[in-house]
Design a protein around this ligand. Structure first.
Ligand SMILES: [Fe+2]
Ligand SMILES: [Fe+2]
Length: 132
């Protein structure tokens, strides 16, 4: 089931907001592909598109954090570092067929992958930037 954008996720920086929405679009494409039981290579290609967008986005956020001398930037950076390999592992598991056909668990994982970081690390960064 596709995730709808929630107003509470607004970050307050136009580029970050636009990138979050783009990432959500790709997350939703992945979720739909799983639901429709698309071929493994097709799903892998979508996840690789997600990795690309996430990498670009994370590097922009890291830029914002260092410019602002954000005190929690190391923890936030570490989270970004953790999120990318999680997707690579998913791609390789898919390609070697280590992921079962019960895709609901993957859907939930990828939903959490997106929402948790947005509601925790990104929300904290947004509050810091807006409080300055
Ligand atoms: Fe973000
Ligand atoms: Fe982030």
């Amino acid at each position: 089931m596709a995730i709808e954008w929630r107003e509470k996720w607004a970050f307050g920086d136009d580029r970050v907001d636009a990138e979050h929405i783009e990432i959500l679009l790709v997350v939703n494409q992945v979720l739909i592909a799983f639901e429709e039981r698309a071929s493994r290579p097709a799903v892998s290609a979508l996840i690789q598109a997600l990795i690309k967008r996430a990498e670009d986005h994370f590097s922009y956020e890291e830029h914002l954090m260092s410019d602002a001398e954000y005190e929690d930037r190391e923890a936030h950076h570490n989270e970004h570092q953790r999120l990318i390999p999680a997707l690579y592992i998913m791609v390789s598991d898919l390609l070697i067929s280590a992921i079962s056909d019960d895709n609901s668990a993957i859907g939930r994982y990828i939903e959490r992958w997106f929402i948790y970081h947005l509601e925790k690390d990104d929300a904290e960064l947004s509050a810091f930037l807006l409080s300055r």
